[in-house]
Structure formats: structure tokens, C-alpha cells
Design a protein around this ligand. Structure first.
Ligand code: ATP
Length: 141
């Protein structure tokens, strides 16, 4: 069985964490960020680390990601880059594109341009941790 191939766009805390976990689990992982230091930091952890601006269509087309199994759009602050790379990833033929949203409007836009899944990492982690605290009965001790 061949390993699954993923591309992660953006190496903030969320992108780095997703890319590292996928690579540790044996997946082929390509990371793309326009920040040289972030690319260097991940170079020994993932399969390929490429410094590029994701809004540059020509560069994106040369990445060879059409046959990848999934893309993770982990760019939150830069709305234009987040939307553009989501559209490009779908147009290039990636079957599953998961994108991180900053707010509800951002999420709506990402869905409209083709994201298969939209996540709110901070909000979702907050809910999960609060539920864990409640299940732990910390306050009954
Ligand atoms: P987190 O909360 O996960 O730490 P964040 O939302 O604070 O992330 P962002 O500002 O969204 O972080 O940036 C995530 C990464 O995306 C950064 O490492 C940044 O260099 C990268 N990035 C932003 N715009 C582009 C772009 N046009 N091309 C490539 N990388 C980009």
C-alpha cells in the first residue's frame, strides 16, 4: 500500500502541527510557506519543504500536487492567500481540501470556492478542552 500524500500550505502553529503529525504517521508531506525560516524548521521533518508564495499561480502549478490525496490550507490571517490556494488546490484536482477559517464569513467563502471541510482550530480545541474538564469532575474533588 502506498503512503498517502498531503500538501500543507502555511506553517503557523496549526499547519506545523498537522504537517508534523501526518509525517510522523508515515505520510508523504509537502509543506509550502513563503517564510524561509519556517521552511528550514520543517525541512528535516517532512518529505519536501518548498518556499513559495501560494498566490503565485505559475509556481503552484509546478509543485506537482495534482495526484495528492489531500491539501490543508493552514493560512488564516491572509484571506486572499487562503481563498486563492483553496481554489487552486481544487482546480489542480486534489480530491479533499481542508481549510482553516478565522471567522464565519471566511468559512462561508472557503466553502463557496470549494473547500471540502472548514475548521476553526482554536474554537474547536476550546470546546474539546472544556468538555474534557467537565468530564474530569475536577470541581467535585
Ligand atoms: P496559527 O494560528 O496556526 O499560528 P496564523 O493564522 O496565526 O496561524 P497565519 O498568519 O495565517 O498564521 O500564517 C500562517 C502561515 O502562512 C505563516 O507561516 C505565513 O508565512 C504563511 N503565509 C501567509 N501568506 C502566505 C502566502 N501568500 N504564501 C505562502 N505562505 C503564506
Amino acid at each position: 500500500m502506498t503512503n498517502k500524500e498531503f500538501v500543507v500550505f502555511g506553517l503557523g502553529r496549526f499547519g506545523k502541527s498537522v504537517a508534523t503529525t501526518l509525517a510522523d504517521s508515515g505520510c508523504e508531506v509537502l509543506v509550502v510557506d513563503d517564510n524561509e525560516d519556517k521552511i528550514q524548521e520543517m525541512a528535516d521533518i517532512v518529505t519536501y519543504a518548498v518556499k513559495a508564495n501560494v498566490t503565485d499561480v505559475d509556481t503552484m502549478e509546478t509543485l506537482g500536487i495534482s495526484n495528492f490525496d489531500g491539501a490543508i490550507v493552514a493560512i488564516g490571517e491572509n484571506l486572499e492567500a487562503s481563498v486563492m490556494v483553496t481554489i487552486l488546490a481544487k482546480e489542480l484536482g486534489i480530491p479533499y481540501v481542508l481549510a482553516k477559517a478565522q471567522n464565519d464569513l471566511h468559512a462561508k467563502i472557503l466553502k463557496k470556492v470549494g473547500a471540502d471541510m472548514v475548521v476553526f482550530p482554536e474554537k474547536e480545541t476550546g470546546i474539546r478542552i472544556a468538555n474534557k474538564l467537565l468530564l474530569g469532575n475536577f470541581f467535585d474533588a
